[in-house]
Write a protein that binds this ligand. Structure first.
Ligand code: FUL
Length: 523
């Protein structure tokens, strides 16, 4: 289902449904915490002084940023884990690898891009640096990278090739840059105890080729390692064209947990916003949160407005445990009041690998279409964005089996949700009753339903019922406790009816329904 088609649906059925059970005091405007105080707020302060009702009222007022809205529309994004681990067979490298182990025999990033485009991916994220610290582009700041390998005589640059191919095929570029860096820990400045102080970025190296160019410079507070990250971010964000996602992982790799490097998140975020204003910062970032597992599975009820706490140097974290089954309901919001500093628009991203490992290992096989389809319904279908990893092999190609699987997966989703039977059907909105009613013209069999709120107006639905007119009565077909940007539902068995209704029975504020789609799957 394309974005433009979904927007068309929005125009067709958009309605404002009155809040049915909660009265929202519209005049209690909480302070916006965006720079400049611009409305609407993507986060609002909360605390123990808030009543359970006032936290809900604040959550209802939270809105996504334009960047978050654009990211949410991507629906399905790809991850590519590629690096020294591809050749050593490890999942977490050691940081002291011989750069010569990196020897892709036939790197073809156009093949990656074609496979991703054919699989329906709109953005892909490359592990430019994983925890081992080996970088896939020609950096000035470490010898642990492609430039030190005999591969292509030290002239190879995977990031350059990746970015060029993706753009050629209309796919957005994302970069994974691991904060944990085993090479810098063993043989560099990671956790060296240096103080945070003002640093000039880029820090020009002796014989720096940029010296005469008068590069744009920044003065930012950082430790030695923080400055190392800033210099690498600067290179990646200024020399490879526009970047749409910067992915920071929370894991430490093999670095002992007592070797603490306090990351300079505030400075890293400032530099990224300045150099790549459209880039979403995930998942140790302010724009997108990790869903809390690596199986690609969202909670049945996934809220995009969640309580968060400050976690140092301008970063945030889950206020409740990251794997808690409930992050945003009334009960969760009430519970979080004593530990959270904000309710924030922080939507979930579901990462998972098509294979058991994140990196390619010869003896592993891709997941079945059935498994991937289930993941799709439990991620994209649950108000989240799917981030599916497809690891290139030692040749530097996506394996044939995975390429075929991606195509089959896309075909399968098309068959799950083929033609929207409600498209062009007579639709009636009753704002007072909180309903959208669709007349299909004749009785039709339906076994898949897709609903969406227009998230520009926040996430409001707390309970909604899908009903079919059977004889003289409306019969409940399915019900949900959240909707958000995308809720796709599989019915236990097909239901035949001419008239269908979506009824919002409980909400936090005025609801705008952007989509009420009805489908008969062909699987
Ligand atoms: C994890 C990392 O430790 C894995 O190696 C992988 O990159 C995954 C996406 O994130 O935390």
């Amino acid at each position: 289902m394309t974005v433009s088609r979904r927007l068309f649906m929005a125009a067709a059925v958009s309605t404002a449904v009155a809040a049915s059970s909660v009265s929202i005091p519209v005049t209690t405007a909480a302070a916006a915490t965006r720079p400049g105080g611009a409305e609407p707020p993507y986060r609002i302060p909360i605390g123990p002084g808030d009543s359970p009702e006032s936290v809900v009222a604040k959550a209802s007022r939270v809105r996504p940023t334009a960047r978050q809205i654009a990211w949410q529309k991507l629906e399905q994004t790809a991850f590519l884990h590629f690096g020294v681990n591809t050749f050593t067979g490890l999942e977490w490298g050691t940081g002291d690898e011989d750069p010569n182990v990196f020897q892709p025999s036939g790197l073809d990033t156009d093949q990656w891009a074609r496979a991703l485009r054919d699989g329906g991916f709109t953005l892909a994220i490359l592990t430019v640096k994983h925890h081992d610290g080996f970088v896939l582009y020609r950096t000035r700041y470490t010898e642990h990278g492609v430039a030190s390998s005999s591969w292509r005589g030290g002239k190879g640059d995977v990031l350059a090739s990746f970015a060029k191919s993706l753009r050629r095929y209309g796919i957005k570029v994302g970069v994974y840059i691991s904060p944990a860096d085993e090479n810098q820990y063993l043989d560099g400045v990671y956790a060296n105890g240096s103080k945070r102080s003002a640093r000039t970025i880029p820090t020009l190296t002796p014989d720096d080729d940029r010296a005469g160019d008068d590069p744009r410079t920044f003065t930012l507070d950082a430790t030695d390692y923080g400055a190392h990250m800033l210099n690498q971010l600067y290179e990646v964000l200024t020399e490879y064209g526009p970047v749409d996602e910067v992915w920071f992982d929370g894991a430490q790799g093999r670095i002992p947990p007592d070797k603490v490097e306090t990351y300079d998140w505030d400075s890293w975020y400032t530099l990224i916003r300045a150099l790549a204003p459209n880039a979403t910062m995930a998942v140790r970032g302010p724009d997108v949160r990790w869903v809390g597992n690596e199986g690609g599975l969202a909670r049945e009820n996934e809220w995009s407005v969640v309580p968060v706490k400050d976690s140092g140097n301008g970063s945030i974290d889950y206020a409740l445990a990251y794997d808690a089954p409930d992050q945003g309901s009334r009960a969760a919001l009430a519970e979080a009041r004593s530990v959270a500093q904000y309710v924030q628009w922080w939507p979930a991203e579901c990462d998972v690998s098509i294979r058991p490992g994140w990196f390619y290992h010869e003896d592993e096989k891709p997941k079945s279409v059935e498994q991937l389809t289930d993941i799709w319904f439990r991620s994209v279908g649950r108000n989240s964005v799917l981030l599916l990893n497809i690891p290139p092999d030692e040749r530097g190609l996506l394996p044939d089996a995975d390429v075929t699987r991606l195509r089959e997966f896309r075909e399968r989703i098309r068959k799950e949700l083929p033609k929207d039977l409600a498209d062009g059907a007579r639709t009636r909105h009753d704002r007072k009753a909180g309903t959208v009613t669709v007349d299909l013209g004749r009785a039709r069999e339906v076994d898949r339903v897709r609903i969406a709120e227009d998230i520009r107006h926040g996430q409001q639905v707390e309970h909604a019922v899908v009903e079919a007119r059977v004889g003289d009565t409306w019969r409940t077909v399915t019900e949900v406790d959240t909707v958000g940007a995308s809720r796709a539902l599989r019915l236990a068995a097909p239901v035949t009816a001419r008239r269908w209704r979506l009824r919002v029975t409980r909400s936090r504020g005025a609801v705008r329904i952007a989509e009420f789609g009805l489908y008969r799957s062909q699987v």
